[in-house]
Structures are given as structure tokens and as C-alpha cells.
Design a protein around this ligand. Sequence first.
Ligand SMILES: Cc1ncc(C[n+]2csc(CCOP(=O)(O)OP(=O)(O)O)c2C)c(N)n1
Ligand SMILES: [Mg+2]
Length: 319
Amino acid sequence: MPRVIDYRRIYGLMLQTRYLEQAIIDQHKQGKTYGPLHLCIGQEAAGVAASAVLAAEDVITTTHRGHAHYLGKGIDLKRLCCEIWGKAEGYGQGRAGHMLVVDRASGVLPGSGIVGGGLPVAVGQALAFQIKREPRVVVAFLGDGASNTGAFHESLNMAGLWRLPVVFCCESNMYGLTVHVKDHLSVQDVAVRAPAYNLPGSVVDGNRMEAVAPAVVAAVERALSGGGPTLIEAKTYRLHGFSTSDGGGYQNPDELATWRARDPITLGADYLIATGLASRAEIETMDRQAHRDVNEAVAYAQAAANPADVVLPAAVFKE
Ligand SMILES: Cc1ncc(C[n+]2csc(CCOP(=O)(O)OP(=O)(O)O)c2C)c(N)n1
Ligand SMILES: [Mg+2]
């Protein structure tokens, strides 16, 4: 049966992702977060749409910039906040942090701080699905920078050779750390690397949920029918710096302005209205709801219990 795309749900999760990350920035400024947190502000359409169209039994591997992937795949907002704020109720009992959220029940495989590290894991999981003849698919997220790693090329090669049920979803956000794609990528599009490994590669507008979602659904259906892997390159933009420790400042102002004008949240609302899927008033209600849910989850996490054997240094976190 063809997968139905629920754009209202996708949009609601994009809003949650945006409000969560704005809350993180706010709390970071007050000294109430730990370590550098990687934000996907500007990339919510790609991250949420590509994970939210999956079935419960499908799985993802994520990256260091995973909030949209987590929420799209069904990770609980409160438990996610507990992990971000190092609390016992977090997915890793508060010990893993925001990059390494893992939850078998939601289909979120263990993350990795190693760029490209999720890709061989995705290929191994897809091989297991194929061997066990389970009708399940893996979506492996990566960044443009990760497409330069050996792990990327090895993973695409094995996936292409064995026709594995895996969809590589590259969020090309124009930067690897502070380096622009024109200075780190030998090709204009990551997608052209796919045919070298005997799989199709395509470019979609990563700031439009209605471009990403159908492309991923088509790739998933192809994989499920034995057609093998696909690479989808979602062209998008990292509107914030690399992490909470990097406020940016090196992006070309015209480039930044161009992408700010293509904010995926605004484009998502425009799409819902243009297609009659939601009215302006309903969108405002969804917006308020997402904001409320995030505020509640952050407050819940900040008040939650620390892992029993962890003593926090007072200088880092004052309440
Ligand atoms: C193997 C490896 N090399 C380098 C790093 C340091 N590093 C962390 S994130 C990053 C940039 C990744 O760029 P990209 O894949 O485009 O992801 P983005 O941060 O843009 O989402 C680098 C070089 C790392 N963690 N692992
Ligand atoms: Mg990048």
C-alpha cells in the first residue's frame, strides 16, 4: 500500500524542532547547556520530512545534527530534552548527550560523533534486513562534508553491489564546519557520486517538505520492492553556526539573506495554505502548540533528576 504523506504532521514536527533549537540557544546564552550543541535551524524540512514518512519498523542512522531526525522518527520530546540536559530520564540516562540519542523502539540506531560513522552501520542494518527478508528500510542521514569520507564511498559501494534497502539522505547545507562546499567538494552535487556505485542519485529542494517527502517515499518503495539503494541530496542551508559554540560570521551575507528568505518553516506554511491542507488560523494554532510543547519539555527536563551517580560541577550549571 502506498505511504500517505501527512504534511500537517511533518510541519508540526518542524515547528517543534525549530522551537527546541531556539530554546537551546536561549539556554546556552544563560550557561544552562552542556558542551557544543549542533543545531539544524534552516534544515528542518529535510530532516523531518525524510524521517517522518517512514513506517514504525523502518530505522534511521543520524548525524551530529540530529534533532529533526529524532523528532521525525518519533523520539519523545520530553525524553529528548532530558538527554540534552543530562537527566536520568533521557534516552541514554543523561550520559550520552544530544548527538548520541538511540532508541530501538522508535527505530533510531546508535549515533556517532565520527563524521560518516552512521553510514556503515546503516549498510550493515540493511544487509541484516535483506538476509532476514524483513520488509524494512534504513534511511542514513549524512552531510555534504561526510560525502568526502572513505566511509561514505565504502558504504555506497557495498549498498550498490548488494542492492541493499537503504536510502542515503544527504543534507547538503553548504558547509562542513566553517568550510564552504566550493572549497571542500570536488563536484557540484553530491548526487553525482551515486551512479559511480550503481545507484541513482537525485537533487531535491531540501527546504521544501513537499519535495523531500515524495522523493524519500519513492526511494523507500523502490528499496522495498528489491530495487536497491538510492541517494537523495536535499539542498538546504545551515542558518546557524556549526554549533552553539559557533555563532557564524563567515557566511557570505548575500548567501545568508537568500536562504533566510527561503526559510523552510515559512515555505511549509505557504504549502499547507496553498494546497488547502491548513488555514492561516490553524497554522497559528499549530505554532502556539509547538511552542508550548517545547517550553513544557524544556522546563520538565531542567527540573528532572540527575543520574544518581553524577555530581555536576557547580561552575558549569547554576540553578
Ligand atoms: C571522521 C571525522 N572527521 C572530522 C570530524 C570533525 N568534524 C565534526 S563535524 C564536521 C563537519 C561535517 O560536515 P557535514 O558532514 O557537512 O555536516 P554538517 O555539520 O554540515 O551538518 C567535522 C569535519 C569528525 N567528527 N569526524
Ligand atoms: Mg554540511
